[in-house]
Design a binder for this molecule. Structure first.
Ligand code: FE2
Length: 373
C-alpha cells in the first residue's frame, strides 16, 4: 500500500501510542488501531484495558457498551467481557461458547500516553518503549506542554514522511516555524538499529513574526533542528535557537525546545497523531511574561494534518502514483525502508527473518501475514 509496495501496511509486533491517558476512563473509548476496532477503558483500580472492540456475537461495537466493575458489557445483548477478554456472562443462556471471547491487547502507560502492542501479547516488552525520562519529556525542570491529539484522514506513513522531510517547514509553515531557509540547508544523516536521524544547522536565519511573538526570539539567529525517527511511529528531537554566529555544538541556546511526535495507524487510510514538547525555562526569554501557550502551536499541526488529508484525498480519488524522488527525500526513504523491513520481517519465518539482515525492496513472503486483517 502506497508509499510501500503492494501488500505492506504496518508492523504489528511494535508499541504504538493509542491514547492520551486522560482519554481513557470508565466510559468505553473506541479507537481503531492497525485497522482493528479496539475498546479502551479503566478497571475500578484504574488499570487501563484494551480489548478487541467488536462483540463476537453479532459484531456490535463494545465501544458503544458500558463499563461495569472491571468488565465491559455489550450494549446489544448484554454479553459481559472481563479485562482479560473472556466472556463471563450471557443474559440469554447459562453456558459460554468457547469462541465467545475477545482479544486482550498488551498495554503500557508511560507518562501521559497509553501504548498498545497490536501483535502477540507474549512479545510485548515495555522496555522497548522509548524512555520519556531519558528523552527529557518529563524533566521536572522543563516546562512541559500537555499532549495533543489529532485524528488524521491520511495513511500513517504520509505523516511519518512529513516528519522525515523538514524541507516542508520553509513552505508549509512559512509563517510560523519556517524561519531560515530549512529547505536549502544541508542535513546530516545518522542512523542505527531501528532509527534514523536528521540534523540541520541553519546559520543566520531570520525569525518569523510568530516566533518573535510566541517565543520571544529576535533574529537573526542560528538554529539547530534535529529529529530522530524511531520506527515505526515515534519521532523526537529539538528545535534550538542561538545567537547568530554561534559555534555549533558549543553555544548556549537562546531557546531550547524538545519535540515529541507519535504516529499510529488507525485504518489503512487514517492515523492517530500525538504530539508534545518541553521547553527549557532557562532559555525561554519571555517565559515569565509569556507562559507557553499550547494553542499557539495548533496552527502548525493543523497545516500538517490538512496537507496529509489533501494527499490522501487524491490517492483515494485516483489511486497510487509513481513519485518523483528528490535529493531531500534520501532521509525519508531511509525511514520508509526501516518500517518496510519491520513489516517484511514479521512475514518471514523466524529464522529467515534473522538472516534477512533487512534486505531491501522485496515483496513479503507471506502477504496475508503482513496485511493486517
Ligand atoms: Fe510540519
Amino acid at each position: 500500500m502506497y508509499p510501500f509496495p503492494a501488500g505492506f501496511f504496518a508492523p504489528r509486533n511494535r508499541w504504538y501510542v493509542a491514547a492520551r491517558s486522560a482519554e481513557v476512563g470508565r466510559t468505553p473509548l473506541e479507537r481503531f488501531i492497525l485497522d482493528e476496532p479496539v475498546v479502551f477503558y479503566r478497571t475500578e483500580a484504574g488499570q487501563a484495558v484494551a480489548l478487541a472492540g467488536r462483540c463476537p456475537h453479532r459484531g456490535y461495537p463494545l465501544g458503544k457498551g458500558r463499563v461495569d466493575g472491571d468488565a465491559v458489557i455489550c450494549g446489544y445483548h448484554g454479553l459481559r467481557f472481563e479485562a482479560d477478554g473472556h466472556c463471563s456472562h450471557i443474559p440469554s443462556q447459562a453456558t459460554i461458547p468457547p469462541r465467545c471471547q475477545v482479544k486482550a491487547y498488551a498495554v503500557s502507560e508511560q507518562w501521559d500516553w497509553l501504548w498498545i502492542w497490536p501483535g502477540d501479547p507474549e512479545c510485548a516488552d515495555p522496555a522497548l518503549i522509548p524512555d520519556h525520562r531519558a528523552l527529557g519529556l518529563t524533566d521536572p525542570h522543563w516546562i512541559k506542554r500537555p499532549p495533543l491529539y489529532w485524528h488524521v484522514e491520511g495513511r500513517y506513513q504520509l505523516l511519518n514522511d512529513n516528519l522525515l522531510d523538514l524541507t516542508h517547514l520553509t513552505v508549509l509553515h512559512a509563517d510560523t516555524i519556517g524561519g531560515g531557509d530549512v529547505a536549502a540547508t544541508e542535513e546530516r544523516h545518522d542512523e542505527g538499529e531501528g532509527w534514523v536521524r536528521s540534523t540541520r544547522w541553519i546559520a543566520n536565519a531570520h525569525v518569523t513574526d510568530w516566533v518573535r511573538r510566541s517565543r520571544g526570539i529576535e533574529g537573526p539567529v542560528d538554529r539547530e533542528i534535529m529529529l530522530t525517527f524511531a520506527a515505526p511511529g515515534f519521532h523526537f528531537g529539538h528545535d534550538r535557537y542561538f545567537r547568530a554566529g554561534s559555534d555549533p555544538g558549543a553555544a548556549t541556546p537562546l531557546l531550547d525546545i524538545r519535540i515529541f511526535h507519535a504516529v499510529t495507524p488507525a485504518t489503512r487510510n487514517s492515523c492517530h497523531y500525538f504530539a508534545s514538547s518541553a521547553v527549557d525555562p532557562a532559555t525561554y526569554e519571555l517565559s515569565r511574561s509569556h507562559p507557553p501557550d499550547p494553542g499557539s502551536a495548533l496552527k502548525i499541526f493543523t497545516e500538517d494534518v490538512e496537507a496529509i488529508g489533501e494527499i490522501e484525498r487524491l490517492l483515494a480519488a485516483s489511486g497510487e502514483f509513481e513519485e518523483v524522488p528528490l535529493r531531500a527525500d534520501v532521509h525519508g526513504l531511509r525511514g520508509r525502508r526501516l518500517v518496510q523491513a519491520m513489516i517484511r520481517d514479521e512475514a518471514l519465518p523466524a529464522s529467515a527473518a534473522r538472516k534477512s539482515n533487512h534486505a531491501r525492496g522485496r515483496e513479503p513472503a507471506d502477504r496475508e501475514a503482513v496485511e493486517v486483517k
